[in-house]
Design a protein around this ligand. Structure first.
Ligand code: SF4
Ligand code: SF4
Length: 708
């Protein structure tokens, strides 16, 4: 009878027993890993505070959804499905890897609970898992080498990517799968000899195929292959474990924590310093991020967790129009910086300014972001960008480093409460237009007015001649719905939404405090606005103010209840496409209400653009972004109207005055005047409202001019 195959622990290698040798290897491997991990954690201990220990159940739920459930991966179908497959494979094989390591020390080791029928099922599953992971690695490497999806490309201005790193790691994982499979296969081929108890391998799995290849191999060769495969497996495992923290595969270790500690509240901006109240901000040494150590520990963890998949930059509108910004490279450059300045040996060299001639970021790069949130929506690992960009801007503002084109509007916000520098007393002029005031009365909401609803107008609708039409449409809709509303008038100042996102925290605080006092004094019980930026500010940046709704939500409710009725569209040939404003859609998840309103207009034909809802393409940004002159190849708005044209639409509906500025402008730049028009949802509803008596509306004139 043939003797059984010897397990790695039973063999003597170079005068050392297998048990001792593998014990030593395990200890060395683990020691190396913990040393490297400790060095990688060092910058996190020097980073700023970040309070991420609240709401543990919500965080656990997100881990289940986004980490274990890989929720965002299928948004990119091929790569996503592959990732889900090898992630599942890794989870299954983690137990196998653990068992194999112990097998080197204890030859008869069997994982508790894995014997009998359960063990048999697990063996089948893990054989297939190893096969799938092996194949996925080959396909992923071929994709990166041969097909090179555009999103992996690296523009020279962003520095260098790490394509070889990715391919090397894929090869290592494939080697790990192959060595594990060979270990099993050589044992099974040995046992296939007469008189041996045969071990089952899953049909058509990688170990099964290797076994069939080896079945007539001499026994001594099989024994050598068995031991050799084990050696390769253990060495590859520890090499991978210790090598991963040097590149993009570090996310294997960090992603679970990154998802658990991810930001929970959409639409918000992090405080200047966690744990420092507004009243004590004057004691803060400096605002924002200037050096790497000014990032919070969680933001540093983000840098480690990036898988370099390129999805964020692929969705970034700034990147799409050639602005010098790629969110992916904001992360990669910071991670490279961290690896370089916090190396494995010696003292860390910290404190270098990030935005400086020798730094890793340029000023234009940081000002190019519209804070649209497309990158964050896409990232499968929930990596955040807006907070980091706002913090970097705060740092620049703190150093008096403000782009020329923004200096005037920021000054005007400070002195007049609006970026246009217009008189405060003219803030409510839009409501005094003759045609309008004859049909709709807008009162000032104050203690005497008894208005239960405050219409917060904000600066652009108050002062911009074209956008005032949105204000009047909103007021008429509220009046038609029987809402007892008023406005703050001269007592209103800019919501400060953009000032905050441009890093002007103290200016924002002054505007906010003024508005909060005025809102409280008005006695209103709820707030309505037609400006998504004001909506976002009132909802997330302000405290102690009544609940706020966007006008699209009010209209949707009133239309559903039958309180507002809508006439059919005049021209049944028109095709409408709804453009989701970033601060209504992605940041606040209001996607359905505006669409339901459009669908409630009889005869209205609506199409969706390819990039819609949470993948909406930013129009170019609102607020202060209107004043910023970025370096770009083309305008975001132009790309957006082209997308609408490709979808077959000739009317773009939006629900934001800033989108309206950008889109109307883009229609002209794209040469689509006369073929395409834009209208705000409030204007459209106002136009279609069934009224007791016909009213000549000003945007009838506006749209008829456009169509003429
Ligand atoms: S927020 Fe928008 S513009 Fe800014 S980096 Fe992300 S995707 Fe690009
Ligand atoms: S930040 Fe997220 S989406 Fe962007 S490259 Fe990294 S992992 Fe991919």
């Amino acid at each position: 009878m043939v003797e059984g195959i010897q397990s790695p622990a039973q063999v003597t290698y170079w005068l050392m027993s297998g048990r001792d040798l593998f014990l030593l290897l395990n200890l060395l491997g683990l020691a190396c890993f913990f040393y490297i991990a400790a060095r990688r954690i060092l910058p996190l201990t020097r980073g700023e505070r970040d309070l991420r220990f609240d709401r543990p159940l919500v965080r656990l739920e997100r881990v289940l959804q986004y980490w274990l459930g890989q929720w965002k991966h299928p948004r990119y179908r091929t790569a996503g499905i592959m990732h889900i497959l090898f992630f599942a494979g890794f989870l299954i094989l983690a137990t196998q890897a653990f068992s194999l390591l112990i097998l080197g020390v204890s030859p008869n080791f069997v994982l508790p609970g894995s014997s009998g029928e359960i063990g048999h099922i697990y063996d089948i599953v893990k054989d297939y898992a190893a096969t799938i992971v092996f194949l996925c690695m080959i396909v992923a490497a071929v994709r990166r080498i041969v097909f090179k999806p555009a999103r992996y490309a690296v523009s020279a201005r962003y520095g260098k990517g790490h394509p070889l790193d990715a391919i090397f790691l894929l090869a290592l994982i494939a080697l790990l799968m192959a060595s594990e499979s060979l270990f099993e296969a050589s044992k099974a081929a040995f046992q296939a000899q007469p008189g041996q108890p045969a071990e089952f391998l899953a049909v058509l799995s990688l170990p099964w195929m290797l076994k069939n290849l080896l079945v007539s191999t001499p026994l001594p060769t099989l024994q050598s292959l068995h031991l050799g495969a084990y050696f390769v497996d253990v060495l590859t495992f520890y090499f991978l474990l210790c090598y991963r923290p040097f590149g993009i595969q570090f996310h294997v270790e960090t992603s679970l924590f990154n998802v658990y500690f991810a930001k929970l509240d959409r639409g918000t901006v992090k405080p200047v310093r966690w744990g420092v109240s507004d009243e004590h901000l004057d004691q803060v040494k400096s605002f924002g991020v200037k050096t790497f150590e000014d990032f919070t520990w969680k933001h540093m963890l983000d840098f480690y967790s990036c898988a370099d998949c390129g999805r964020c930059s692929d969705q970034c509108p700034a990147n799409a129009v050639g602005r010098p910004l790629s969110p992916r490279f904001l992360t990669i450059k910071a991670r490279d910086y961290s690896f370089q300045h916090y190396s494995m040996f010696g003292r860390a060299s910290n404190g270098t300014p990030l935005i400086s001639p020798g730094g890793i970021y340029s000023e234009d790069e940081i000002w190019s972001c519209t804070t649209c949130g497309a990158c964050e929506e896409e990232c499968p690992l929930l990596i955040q960008y807006i907070d980091k960009i706002v913090d970097l801007r705060r740092g620049m503002i703190d150093d008096g480093n403000v782009p020329q084109s923004l200096q005037k509007p920021l000054k005007a916000l400070e002195s007049r409460g609006n970026p246009y520098g217009k008189m405060e007393k003219k803030r409510a002029e839009w409501a005094k237009a003759k045609d309008f005031s004859q049909t709709c009365t807008v009162k000032t909401a104050d203690a005497k007015s008894n208005a239960d609803t405050l219409y917060f107008v904000d600066s652009i609708t108050s002062y911009d001649d074209r956008m005032q039409s949105i204000g009047r449409a909103t007021a008429r809709i509220l009046a038609a719905a029987g809402v007892n509303f008023g406005i703050l008038g001269a007592a209103e100042k800019d919501s400060g939404h953009e000032a905050r996102r441009f890093g002007e925290e103290t200016l924002f605080m002054a505007l906010r405090d003024h508005n909060v006092d005025a809102i409280k004094a008005s006695g209103a019980q709820r707030i309505v606005t037609a400006d998504p930026h004001a909506y976002n500010a009132l909802k997330h940046d302000y405290k102690d103010v009544p609940p706020v709704e966007h006008i699209s939500q009010v209209i949707c409710r009133e239309v559903k209840s039958g309180n507002l009725k809508l006439d059919p569209v005049e021209n049944a040939d028109d095709v409408y496409a709804y453009h989701d404003p970033c601060y209504l859609g992605r940041h606040n998840q209001v996607y359905d209400d505006p669409r339901q309103v459009l669908d409630a207009i009889p005869g209205l034909k609506r199409v969706e653009m390819d990039r819609c809802r949470d993948r909406s393409f930013c129009c170019g940004g609102g607020g202060l972004m209107l004043f910023y002159e970025p370096k770009e190849d083309e305008r975001m708005g132009v790309k957006r109207v082209q997308m609408a044209a490709e979808a077959g639409a000739n009317v773009i509906v939006t629900a934001c005055p800033f989108c309206m500025v950008n889109i109307e402008d883009a229609i002209k730049v794209a040469g689509l005047e006369g073929k395409m028009t834009a209208i705000d949802l409030a204007e459209l509803v106002d136009k279609q409202l069934v009224r007791p008596a016909p009213v000549q509306l000003e945007h009838d004139k506006l749209t008829s001019e456009v169509f003429a």
